[in-house]
Design a protein around this ligand. Sequence first.
Ligand code: SF4
Ligand code: SF4
Length: 301
Amino acid sequence: MNRSLLISTGIGCGVLCSYCPQASIGMAYKQFNGPRKMSFDLFKQCTDKLPKDVTVDFTGYYEPFLNPDCTQMILYAHQIGLAVRLSTTVMGLTAQQVDQFKHIPFTKFAVHLPDTKGLTRIIVDEAYLQAFQRLIDCSISNMAFHVHEGNEGPEAPHAIVDAVLRAHGLEPENRWINTRAGNIEIKGRKPPERLLGELAMCPRIYQNVLMPSGDVALCCMDWTLAHVIGNLVEGDYEALFEGPVFQEVLRGYKDDAIDILCRTCEVARTREQVEKQTRLQQFVAETQAIREGLIESGQSN
Ligand code: SF4
Ligand code: SF4
């Protein structure tokens, strides 16, 4: 089981991507009365409690580098022996910061690119281009680039950024957008239908989001904070999964009378759907093996 703690270094992300439910998380977070930006002290207090198999993943509900302490947090997580992942739009990042963390063996460093239609508010200015270029020049480990599609389908990166990528032979991935478990409307697309029956276990139930208050939300799809499984300042890591909220989510996986976010999430699958898919894959693999056997023995036409 891959476990990670997603770090939302703040709440109220100023990048304001058009497909991001920032209003929902802003409203929902009010109930916790916590600061909008995560302090280094809180980060340290919480990561000190993590078992060593838990990856620290800078993502969540906020652009990590809009918090000026993000670099210090990355260095600290690495120093205490935790694997580090990160996802950024490069907003708030400087070339000098890149020099500070370039030696870190990130298990993934995802760069979300500006697009041609302004679906994100990533500002491509001198500071952006310097930081972006430095990331490429430093060959940050496991770095990958992606652009999110809009309502009209696949999107291309901003022309200047695209030229930099091409000059280095780098190809970005195009990612689809989803309603984030029904938290945003996408023109021309129906909201996800509520799944019935037993759900197949989603790995993201162990990829929880730490917020600046120390409260931990179920996953990166929980923009209304429907399932806050505990507080990592008050309790320890394993207690998050023993508490009543997480246990209720587990019961909701089996019992569709219990309303859990996973039932209206694009990522979720029912156990039946997964079993059907597995049988189909087995059938395709077996058919392929028989065909190859026939070709090898010269019996194929
Ligand atoms: S950068 Fe990430 S968190 Fe911020 S608005 Fe865009 S998608 Fe949302
Ligand atoms: S199914 Fe969706 S809401 Fe449930 S844990 Fe997975 S990603 Fe989160």
